[in-house]
Design a protein around this ligand. Sequence first.
Ligand SMILES: *Cc1c(COP(=O)(O)O)cnc(C)c1O
Length: 343
Amino acid sequence: MSEIESLVRENIRRLSPYSCARNEYDSQRGVFLDANENPFGRLNRYPDPFQKALREEIGRLRNIPVDNIFLGNGSDEVIDLCLRIFCEPGKDRIMIFPPTYGMYEVAAAINDVEVVKIPLNDSFDIDLPGVIPFLSQNSVKVIFICSPNNPTANLMNSQTVEFIIQNFSGIIVIDEAYSDFCDSPSFIGKINLYRNIVVMQTFSKALGLAAARVGMAFANAEIISYMNKVKPPYNISALNQSEALKKLKDKAEVKDQVDMILNERERLSAELKNHILVRKVFHSDSNFLLVEMTDADSVYMYLISREIIVRNRSSDVRDCLRITVGTPEENDRLIHELRNMKL
Ligand SMILES: *Cc1c(COP(=O)(O)O)cnc(C)c1O
């Protein structure tokens, strides 16, 4: 049994996947009387279950073979699949580093998987001494590392991440949803060096397709084949596959938007630092700012009353709001309303 196979839940190892009509005949040409579709219309056919055209384009852009790429109905589906493939409900555990993305814990709860939480240290980095005792425990099966992290906005120390990878025999999921907003190298380059990592990226942030729900996972072919085995057959609609493919053809537009967001991030950060109610604007490697206020709850409520919606993270990080960088006009509105707030 391979190392990966030995990490996979037994029922998943044994599972024979649903075989859909389109698995058996791999061509666009022919008379299709196999899937009980209505023969008339435009969206009448089931989509490609393995999103071949889209994965090939992603592979070309990232210079990575198609069988190292999985596409999910958002990264959220990838997170859920990692739990369902690797974690035995009621027995195995995952590890997270709070404050972090809320879906890891929710997906774990849905799958009846316990969560070991090692809070980030004062510099919002992984507390390696706190992690080390767990690395050799077999009950932790999956470690979720979000880098840049949501909501703290910073990259995790890559040497710490690498240390964890090298000293943990379970699966490490590295969530790079915000990696387009910083220039740290992606862990995608290491999926064949380290066979136990899964790198997640998404169409929802820099690529601007949150409505389409397309998440990417990069891993060795064995892990990818388990994901394909467990996912619902038609997990990405034809509409979403074609929108995502179109988006990839427009690299210049995406780059312009990311550049604009990065400029605005610096401008907004400088403006906020000057505001009397702002105690601190944390360093950001992403497209949002974590901002510590003298009183986050009242600023939050005030902004809502001005129809500006930010995320109140004060229950996770004391007195902090998470503010997404918007268009120049939206950021101007925010700054304007904050200046007008009566103290
Ligand atoms: C926004 C975000 C995602 C993206 O999730 P999708 O399901 O792909 O939209 C993933 N991880 C983190 C940490 C995020 O903040």
